[in-house]
Design a protein around this ligand. Structure first.
Ligand code: ZN
Length: 136
């Protein structure tokens, strides 16, 4: 079995932002040379998340609104006494920091309506995205 690790950086421009990283993940997966296996996409950050869903402007705003509604800032969190971003940590905990996709014939076998997004919950920042492909 082969394992190929790559990483790229995404610069966000807003406090809470969804960035479509599908193409960059697919390029990394194809460049790995692995034909069949698994593709792990991972953000090594505690105030970011990874999701896969439809790339439609209205839905993107709905997701952002819901995340901000569920995890509203300044709700008396204890961590806010340290660095005032507990809501971002909590959203990351509940949404998750990684996704795994099947790799078939060097392509990520995702659904037609499943684009891959980095969700920055405490931007703007530079965020690392790691792509680890395992297979043959
Ligand atoms: Zn913090």
């Amino acid at each position: 079995m082969k394992t190929v690790f790559t990483e790229f950086t995404v610069s966000t421009t807003k406090k809470v932002e969804l960035v479509n990283i599908t193409r960059r993940v697919e390029e990394a997966a194809e460049a790995s040379g692995v034909r069949n296996g698994l593709c792990l996409v991972y953000v090594p950050h505690s105030t970011a998340a990874l999701i896969a869903n439809e790339n439609e402007a209205g839905l993107i705003q709905d997701i952002l609104n819901k995340v901000e509604g569920f995890f509203s800032p300044g709700a008396g969190y204890r961590h806010d006494l340290v660095d005032d971003n507990a809501h971002a940590h909590l959203a990351s905990v509940f949404l998750g920091f990684s996704q795994v996709f099947p790799l078939r014939n060097s392509k990520i076998a995702r659904g037609v309506w499943q684009s891959i997004f980095l969700l920055d919950l405490d931007g703007p920042r530079s965020r690392r995205v790691t792509v680890e492909v395992l297979g043959e």
